[in-house]
Design a protein around this ligand. Structure first.
Ligand SMILES: [Fe+2]
Ligand SMILES: [Fe+2]
Length: 264
């Protein structure tokens, strides 16, 4: 049995989400909103990728971990989809329509990948994305330290959503890498594939973030993800030949956050 379990969580988001774009750190805030907007397209794409290759996995433990991974990602994007609707409603129909046009292109890209790209391509994309999100989540935890360690109501649902999501990304950090190694392998192709995947993903984040920045009365400028300021070394190590997410010490925070939710 896998230690990666699905926690069926349905966050209750108030219609007046005043902690999503409070304006204190608009670049980081719009980055997180942009990231959230991509989840209902990116995470179903990951699920399609892994469902398509699940029958080829001979390792029983890895197959069980993959089922846990898929179940977790399904929970993630459903919660993001719900909060995204509230955020779009708050931003108004003009901004929402501009965002939706970008989201539709991203969805179309991922559907084309599922239909026409090779298993190796899709596994490289998935592993590259997961390596990046693990580095991002670990960096969030370093930054927040004791500030987000419990889901006890001290923080709004938006922060709790991200804490829970980041904690599960850390929990299932080994799965995409292990499936890639099991079915494809090859450091150089993994690293190049991951770089291409992240380039593709980041371009969409930038497009969405520019719209969001403009909606807050700020210039439509591209920004590097803020977490890279603190997490650059951790992120760059994901491209090295010796990278292995199983060797990453997850620290105590992810487990402390997840202890607040029951697994199924
Ligand atoms: Fe996720
Ligand atoms: Fe993930």
């Amino acid at each position: 049995m896998s230690s990666i379990v699905a926690r069926k969580v349905k966050f209750e988001f108030p219609d007046a989400l005043d902690d999503v774009l409070p304006g204190a750190a608009p670049i980081d805030e719009t980055y997180l909103v942009a990231f959230s907007l991509t989840m209902p397209y990116l995470e179903p794409y990951l699920i399609r990728t892994f469902r398509a290759c699940a029958d080829r996995i001979a390792d029983v433990e890895l197959a069980a971990d993959l089922r846990g991974f898929i179940a977790q990602e399904a929970q993630h994007f459903q919660n993001h989809r719900r909060v995204n609707e509230i955020i779009r409603a708050q931003l108004g129909p003009t901004v929402a329509a501009e965002l939706q046009r970008i989201e539709d292109r991203l969805d179309a890209d991922y559907r084309r990948c599922s239909e026409h790209k090779s298993m190796r391509f899709n596994l490289q994309y998935a592993e590259g994305f997961e390596a990046m999100t693990c580095a991002m989540a670990m960096t969030f935890f370093d930054r927040a330290a004791a500030g987000v360690v419990s889901a006890d109501g001290r923080f709004g649902a938006w922060q709790q959503l991200w804490a829970w999501h980041a904690a599960e990304e850390v929990e299932h950090r080994t799965v995409a890498f292990a499936v890639h190694e099991h079915l494809c392998g090859g450091w150089a192709r993994r690293a190049v594939g991951a770089a291409c995947a992240q380039w593709h993903f980041q371009r969409y984040i930038t497009r969405l973030q520019k719209v969001l920045l403009a909606s807050q009365g700020l210039p439509r400028r591209a920004h590097l993800p803020g977490w890279l300021r603190d997490g650059r070394g951790r992120y760059l190590r994901t491209f090295l030949p010796g990278y292995d997410p199983a060797a990453i010490d997850p620290g105590p925070i992810a487990a402390m956050i997840l202890a607040g939710y029951s697994g199924a």
